[in-house]
Design a protein around this ligand. Structure first.
Ligand code: UDP
Length: 451
């Protein structure tokens, strides 16, 4: 009976159309589909996924007018604000049309960054639920911004960079997303707009109690709306293959990994948006080569400011040394890479997905955050969970060599790896039957059916 009701219950999902947001929304879609719900993606035509990769879901393209924008970290916030302004009306029209076709919609689940969706849902008298694709700690930090502003901390000064943020221990001011952020007013506007979660019926978090229990507790008490920490969602999905990469995955790297020794390879990636300079890339290359470790390195098109990745290594002896020890791809099947026996460490920008994917496989991290929540995630990885090392100073080959060797071959690195393995087991328990995330997913299903 319950199953029958679920089959006729359509949920419309509205993701934020960037890789690090699309992935968790598709993971949630798979989980809800496996629980019997019908899934429709209302997706901006910007970065539109290939529907043939997802035969179980329906797709409604939302038109936009964002031709002047390029997705990159430099104008990311302006793009997100414009995206919200662009989608509200077309989304409303599309949903009205759906309703006129007698296609009943149970509720809308939207990425918190797509804040305009809440208005559309309220307008159509549809319940809406937020999916938070970042950590709960990030959200708790946002919730504190009004207080910090009224206490006179903004704009943040360099002189307090190392100080602990009152009420946000263990974060220091320099860990906050707004510290040294170039378009800080736009970012603060976005944060204030997305922090008002009480406009929705509930919040789903891609996190789990064993990682963030104290913060989740505070959030529940503060906001008094149902919270469902069901993550890490990719670990709960069985039997559904999600092909959500916007760039083609180079699977040859798996064959290369197959030939390597267990836990001997460092995986290096800065995610889908961050970029670094050509000088930094050269220093990383020399540092990796001199560390004498093998490495699999994702160098995305657009990830080197102002340079074409294909022509970046000029020095002949560097090129040869890279070929001897390393393997470079434009885009990797990251979850599979991190689960491969040959991977012994992850040099990461510490996006929330990458952080979760790494600790889910017991892979310790070298944290090199670039912007946004990455600095906070890096702080949690190194200081709270103690499953990684931060590479903090200016990128320089000698320091890189030292940190890579520390993680991959030192006794201290071995201890960090052991803690990462212990945390992996904790996470496995939370998604297994009767674990906290498993139970929260059941509670979420009951909640959806009660709407
Ligand atoms: N990713 C991937 N292949 C790559 C690099 C990244 O599949 O070569 C995926 C990764 O598994 C993660 C997402 O892209 O799910 C990146 O999200 P994250 O939150 O880590 O960082 P962002 O790209 O949003 O900065």
């Amino acid at each position: 009976m319950e199953m029958e009701k679920q089959k006729s219950s359509r949920i419309v999902l509205v993701p934020c159309p960037f890789q690090g947001h699309i992935n968790p929304m598709f993971e949630l879609a798979s989980l809800l589909y496996l629980k019997g719900f019908s899934i429709t993606f209302a997706h901006s035509q910007f970065n539109f996924p290939n529907p043939s990769n997802h035969p179980c879901f329906s797709f409604l393209p939302i038109p936009h007018d964002l031709s002047q924008f390029q997705a990159s970290s430099s104008n990311f916030i302006a793009l997100l604000l414009a995206l919200n302004d662009n989608i509200a009306m077309p989304l409303r029209d599309i949903l009205v049309h759906q309703q006129q076709q007698n296609d009943e919609i149970l509720c809308i689940i939207y990425d918190s960054i797509m804040y305009k969706v809440a208005e559309v849902a309220n307008n159509l008298k549809l319940p809406s639920i937020i999916l938070e694709t970042s950590s709960a700690s990030l959200f708790w930090t946002y919730a504190a911004f009004n207080r910090l502003e009224s206490e006179g901390y903004f704009p943040l000064k360099d002189s307090i960079a190392e100080d602990f943020v009152p009420g946000l221990d263990p974060l220091r001011f320099k860990d906050l997303p707004i510290f040294n952020f170039p378009n800080v007013d736009d970012l603060l506007h976005l944060i204030k707009t997305t922090s008002d979660i009480r406009t929705s019926s509930a919040v789903i978090w891609n996190t789990t109690e064993c990682l963030e229990q104290p913060i989740l507790e505070k959030l529940k008490q503060h906001y008094e709306i149902p919270c469902f920490p069901v993550g890490p969602m990719h670990k709960s999905i069985k039997n559904v293959i999600n092909r959500t990469s916007l760039t083609t995955e180079d699977r040859n790297c798996i064959m290369w990994l197959d030939k390597q020794v267990a836990k001997s390879v460092l995986y290096v990636s800065i995610g889908s948006l961050a970029s670094i300079t050509e000088r930094e890339v050269t220093e990383i290359a020399w540092g990796l080569v001199s560390s004498n470790q093998h490495f699999l390195w994702v160098i995305r098109s657009g990830s080197i400011t102002g340079s074409d990745p294909k022509s970046v290594f000029h020095e002949k002896n560097l090129k040869e040394a890279i070929e001897k020890r390393g393997y470079i791809v434009e885009w990797a099947p990251q979850k599979e890479v991190l689960g491969h026996f040959a991977i012994g460490g992850f040099w990461s920008h510490c996006g929330w997905n990458s952080t979760l994917e790494s600790i889910c496989e017991g892979v310790p991290l070298i944290c090199r955050p670039c912007f946004g929540d990455q600095k906070m995630n890096s702080r949690y990885v190194s200081y709270v969970w103690k499953v990684g090392i931060v590479l903090e100073n200016e990128l320089e080959r000698g320091e890189i060599e030292r940190v890579v060797r520390k993680l991959m071959v030192s006794e201290e690195g071995q201890e960090i790896r052991q803690r990462a393995m212990d945390l992996k087991l904790e996470i496995e328990k939370s998604v297994a039957e009767n674990g906290s995330s498993y139970k929260c997913l059941d509670d979420l299903v009951k909640f959806l059916l009660s709407l």
